[in-house]
Design a protein around this ligand. Structure first.
Ligand SMILES: C[C@@H](C(=O)O)C(=O)SCCNC(=O)CCNC(=O)[C@H](O)C(C)(C)COP(=O)(O)OP(=O)(O)OC[C@H]1O[C@@H](n2cnc3c(N)ncnc32)[C@H](O)[C@@H]1OP(=O)(O)O
Length: 167
């Protein structure tokens, strides 16, 4: 009898664990964007001083790229490499940069967008549109990594500007 009681207790724990795994699997599978979103490619930070921000990460020992003008996007980009992802530093390029209004509101800069990989940009764009999420622009552009990208309106994404990038 002494041996049966702990065995029943662990059986009950196993049943609870199995049920909770089943519930979380069900929740994920029924999520509207399940299967669409891949890895986090980068987190982008807008900065009023690209050199100061680059030096900040260099000083912490990170590998930091040179600044590259992205004329199509109206920004300079610098990539900071992390073991599992990247930080993209953004600074306005040209008169009509899409990040200028953001920097006017956030004088010290701040987190601007997150970039998530998708298998196929056109399929992803049509899937998000079907869910009523507005895209910023009609067609994907070529992004900082030479791959097609599309931005999604922050007002439809819980207040976060999301960039989708094809893997
Ligand atoms: C090189 C490439 C790459 O990585 O491959 C890039 O990164 S290019 C990175 C730069 N390119 C982009 O960001 C392209 C997509 N962005 C855009 O089209 C624009 O920046 C918008 C996101 C539509 C914002 O446009 P704009 O600044 O003219 O409008 P706005 O100031 O009136 O903003 C409208 C509302 O959105 C909010 N809002 C603006 N920017 C936001 C952001 N980054 N995150 C969250 N919310 C944001 C504002 O606070 C405002 O809310 P309230 O009305 O409540 O105040």
């Amino acid at each position: 009898m002494k041996k049966i009681v702990p065995a029943m207790a662990s059986l009950r724990s196993l049943v609870k664990l199995t049920n909770s795994v089943a519930i979380s699997t069900r929740t994920m599978a029924s999520h509207p964007l399940a299967g669409l979103l891949g890895k986090l490619n980068h987190v982008a930070i807008a900065t009023p001083d690209l050199k100061k921000s680059s030096d900040f990460y260099k000083n912490l020992g990170a590998k930091v790229s040179e600044a590259v003008p992205q004329k199509e996007h109206g920004v300079y980009t610098v990539f900071v490499e992390l073991p599992n992802s990247k930080i993209e530093l953004l600074h306005p390029f040209g008169e009509k940069s899409p990040i200028q209004a953001f920097l006017n509101k956030n004088k010290d800069g701040g987190m601007h967008h997150i970039c998530i990989e998708v298998r196929d940009i056109n399929e992803a764009v049509s899937a998000v549109k079907d869910k009523g999420i507005r895209t910023l622009g009609e067609k994907p552009k070529i992004g900082a990594h030479g791959k097609p990208v599309m931005f999604l309106h922050p007002k439809d994404c819980g207040g976060v500007l999301i960039e989708l990038e094809q893997e």
